[in-house]
Write a protein that binds this ligand. Structure first.
Ligand code: PRP
Ligand code: ZN
Ligand code: MG
Length: 223
């Protein structure tokens, strides 16, 4: 891959992380030229550009070197580490960013009396996070069948295609709407700054260090 002289940050094109991620970058002194419905935003003052993509694609784009950094949920980053990133370079969580907080949880039908994970033995669990769920079940010695769905996971129990689900919970509204309740938390998640484990040894590495310094300042002020 050709070396770039501008830093490129991947972030969610449209979703819960988009607005706060842009605001955080603005606070770090970065401003961008195009409207945010475009795929690419050109950095005005500093040599830092944005690529607006689906959040699930962000770890892969960093691993391929298409982007230097990404703003993405810890859930997506960790899932990639377990399932997608086996061949590529290791990715690191550089900073927790303090927004987009949610939990990756197992949820069960409201009427079920859940005590612990052993009750999931032999059950079908629908999720978009087969890596994280699989690891969690393995650690508990639970043998369940994981049904991978790209979205609308919460509807699976009502359709009869799963007995339980494992998905993100923020307000809990989606669970209530689907007569489910949160039973066990696998992961506390929030938006993070993700990047390669090792910083590039060129000017981009210097720019990343500068950005990290500014981020730390902004995050400290906010806390
Ligand atoms: C997320 C997540 C849950 C829901 C949780 O889905 O997958 O379904 O939000 O939020 P709540 O607890 O506040 O209801 P989202 O609607 O962001 O879209 P996606 O599932 O298509 O990614
Ligand atoms: Zn997504
Ligand atoms: Mg959803």
């Amino acid at each position: 891959m050709k070396p770039r002289d501008r830093l490129r940050i991947a972030m969610q094109k449209s979703g819960r992380l988009t607005e706060p991620a842009l605001e955080l970058l603005n606070r770090c002194g970065l401003t961008f030229r195009q409207s945010r419905d475009k795929l690419f935003c050109f950095g005005e003052g500093e040599p830092v550009d944005l690529l607006l993509v689906r959040d699930d694609d962000i770890p892969g784009l960093i691993a391929q070197g298409v982007c230097d950094l990404g703003i993405v949920g810890r859930n997506v980053l960790n899932e990639y580490r377990l399932t997608g990133g086996l061949a590529g370079p290791a990715l690191a969580e550089w900073r927790p960013l303090g927004f987009g907080r949610c939990r990756l949880s197992v949820a069960v039908p409201q009427e079920l009396d859940y005590r612990d994970a052993s009750q999931l033995q032999g059950q079908r669990i629908a999720t978009s996070y087969p890596g994280l769920l699989g690891e969690w079940l393995r650690e508990r010695g639970v043998d369940a069948s994981v049904v991978t769905l790209a979205g609308s996971v919460e509807i699976a129990p009502r359709l009869g295609t799963a007995d339980a689900i494992c998905d993100l919970v923020q307000s809990g509204g989606t669970l209530v709407a689907n007569q489910l309740r949160e039973a066990d938390v696998l992961l506390e998640s929030e938006a993070v700054l993700a990047g390669p484990q090792a910083l590039p040894s060129d000017e981009r590495g210097d720019m990343i260090e500068l950005l990290l310094k500014r981020l730390d300042g902004v995050i400290q002020v906010r806390e």
